[in-house]
Structure formats: structure tokens, C-alpha cells
Design a protein around this ligand. Structure first.
Ligand code: ZN
Length: 155
């Protein structure tokens, strides 16, 4: 089963599009941020590598890995949304996205900044797949935490 039955057609379309044509697929040499995430419930794997510009922007982003359509499409959509943004922006997005996936209500402004990510809302109907949708996001959270720790250690 690639996409759970019952997901809204529109959602399916956005998710399938990212799954078939993942954005930012690959890996970067010598990344500033990197982390590897695994979802044992489904066998999904996401490996993130990100480079920061001198201004501290997430200027080059890439992911590699394998797994179900939800996990890979969600990672692709995540990178699309953080590409060229600050770490702080990514952190806000992670918080909002987790909130959405856990059934929380967003303000209209938050919804607007989520854009096509809201297509993944449909996954909430399938609790076992929520971990698939969140994998890329928790992996990014780990990568940011690790980056901050290493910066702290160098101080
Ligand atoms: Zn999965």
C-alpha cells in the first residue's frame, strides 16, 4: 500500500507528485547540518544534509533515503519549504507542522505559511502513518540540535 485509501484526491495528487519527483534529492558533501532518521514502524529512512550560507540561511538542502510515499513526499515538501530560509524559520515550521499532525488548530496566518504542506493533514486519519509524515521533520530537528550543540562546544 503506497497511499492509504481514503485520502482526499487532492492530497493524493500533491503527495504523489513529490513522491514521484522528489525535490532536493541527493546528498551534499561536507554539510553544516546532517542527520539520519529511521521509522521502524514502516521501514522509512531519511538522510538530510544541509549547507548554511555566510548569512546563516539554509542555502543548500538535500535528502536521501527510502521508504513509503508519505515519508519521502513529506521530506521533499519540507525541504522545499525551508530552502533559503533561516534556522529559526525552520524551527517554527517544525513546531507548526507537528501541531497540525497532532490534531492542533492553526491560525489563518500559520495555515498560509504552511501552503501545500497542509496536503499532509489527511494523513492524520491514519495514526500509524503520522510517523511516516513526521520522519523528515524530526530528522531536521535532530540536525538543528546537533548543529547548535557543536557550535556551543566550539565556543
Ligand atoms: Zn512510512
Amino acid at each position: 500500500m503506497q497511499i492509504p485509501d481514503g485520502l482526499d484526491d487532492l492530497y493524493q495528487e500533491v503527495i504523489l507528485d513529490h513522491y514521484r519527483k522528489p525535490r532536493h534529492r541527493g546528498s551534499l558533501i561536507d554539510p553544516d547540518l546532517k542527520s539520519e532518521g529511521f521509522n521502524p514502524f514502516c521501514g522509512d529512512q531519511v538522510i538530510l544534509s544541509i549547507k548554511l550560507s555566510n548569512e546563516g540561511l539554509l542555502s543548500e538542502v538535500a535528502f536521501d533515503g527510502q521508504g513509503c510515499s508519505i515519508s519521502q513526499a513529506s521530506a521533499s515538501m519540507l525541504l522545499n519549504n525551508i530552502n533559503g530560509k533561516t534556522i529559526a524559520h525552520a524551527e517554527t515550521l517544525i513546531t507548526d507542522f507537528k501541531n497540525v499532525m497532532q490534531g492542533g488548530i492553526l491560525s489563518p496566518a500559520q495555515e498560509e505559511s504552511m501552503g501545500e504542506l497542509l496536503a499532509l493533514q489527511g494523513v492524520r486519519e491514519f495514526p500509524i502513518r503520522i510517523k511516516c509524515a513526521l520522519l523528515g521533520w524530526t530528522t531536521l530537528q535532530d540536525a538543528i540540535a546537533e548543529y547548535k550543540n557543536s557550535k556551543e562546544a566550539k565556543r
